[in-house]
Design a protein around this ligand. Sequence first.
Ligand code: IMP
Length: 214
Amino acid sequence: MREIDNRRIVVATHNTGKLREMANLMAPFGFETTSAAEHDLPEPEETGTTFEENAYIKAHAAAHATGLPALADDSGLCVDALDGAPGVYTADWATLADGTRDFGIAMEKVEELLRAKGALKPEDRRGRFVAVLCLCFPDGEAEYYRGEAEGTLVWPPRGSLGFGYDPVFVPDGHRITFGEMSAEEKHGWKPGDEKALSHRARAFREFARARLGV
Ligand code: IMP
């Protein structure tokens, strides 16, 4: 496997929450992480049609600009009865004309479409959150780590924890929504743990197994 020189990685995100999660994960392994903001990198347009493509666009832009390997993630919600929508457009469904985001409206849109399909029984309301991490080198060589969390869409929304579509998603094996779970219960994962619940934690676990040897 290709080495990461001097264990230096750019985390290609402008989202401070994602940056903290990734920096915390890698710090114990001697990785020095810097952010896209520290390198003054612009946010590239996410023009891909898959999570892999969008994660690559972000990671490659940062690696190319800095000359360092870069790690980026892309994520979203895929609903089976909606042929995988909103998918890579998960954030867009919440974006209003003035550029602000309202996830209440986005969750209502998913619900309306499910009702229009007559999807009222839990088994007809299956979906998954997906997260893809892309590690890209400055020459464009890339590797991918994918995590998925399967579950059922519920209505009305429940819980005020978490973010995005969390209040309408009950992960398999649980009775409460992501919006009713603590961050620790949803994302908590430590190197060496077998169990990881959220899609992002599962993608991290795959990255850590391959790259950090844990
Ligand atoms: P991106 O990965 O920054 O492109 O954003 C993906 C979108 O998916 C976010 O805006 C969230 O709305 C949604 N999303 C991703 N992961 C989660 C999650 O864990 N809970 C709720 N919503 C999520």
